[in-house]
Design a protein around this ligand. Sequence first.
Ligand SMILES: NC(=O)c1ccc[n+]([C@@H]2O[C@H](COP(=O)([O-])OP(=O)(O)OC[C@H]3O[C@@H](n4cnc5c(N)ncnc54)[C@H](OP(=O)(O)O)[C@@H]3O)[C@@H](O)[C@H]2O)c1
Length: 180
Amino acid sequence: MKTNATDVSLSLILAADDMGVIGYRGKIPWLGKVPADMGRFVDITNKAGFIIMGRKTWEAFTNSLPGRVNIVVTRNRDYRDPGCIVVHSPQEAVHTVRMQGGTSAVVIGGRELAEAMLGMPEMKTVHLTRIHTVSCPRARREHLTFMPKFNNWEPVRTRRFPASRRNKHPYTFITLKRIV
Ligand SMILES: NC(=O)c1ccc[n+]([C@@H]2O[C@H](COP(=O)([O-])OP(=O)(O)OC[C@H]3O[C@@H](n4cnc5c(N)ncnc54)[C@H](OP(=O)(O)O)[C@@H]3O)[C@@H](O)[C@H]2O)c1
């Protein structure tokens, strides 16, 4: 499949706790406790209009995310789901965005897909939220999913916020760009 690195730009959005945990037993452990992070997620993904996710992240949702084209990456050629567009590689995901006239898409995880797409030339920005808590202190390691390593990426904007009545943990919004 032919791809042109200049016409679709990708970003990655992830949230991780102080241990780098992004998931516990297939779910996000602090879900609902930091609505400001959900607000950031909604703003960034709505603006792009296209979201790309790994099959496991897709299956953690009960429905497709409304108002955005949901693209799910799986190696399983028999995978079918009426709520999303199924593709079989990161390159096919980008091609699908392009074919639908999109110019930007957000990769929303999980770790495996993030790692596969982080090195793509189309990947321009990482939107990372650090949730300042240790969300699963007693969890066994095999039940935890950790964020990828952002070697070759550097923070260009960092904003830290305290816990509040609405947001149960302090959190930091970080924007990273690739080191050239
Ligand atoms: N905190 C956050 O920001 C955040 C965001 C998203 C997810 N999460 C959490 O992260 C966990 C899931 O992450 P994960 O790393 O286990 O799974 P994932 O990346 O969501 O999904 C992995 C699956 O995606 C498909 N896939 C991945 N890379 C592929 C490639 N290069 N080509 C083709 N298919 C590919 C494969 O599907 P098949 O097995 O079907 O082939 C693979 O098994 C969950 O706990 C979730 O709640 C956290």
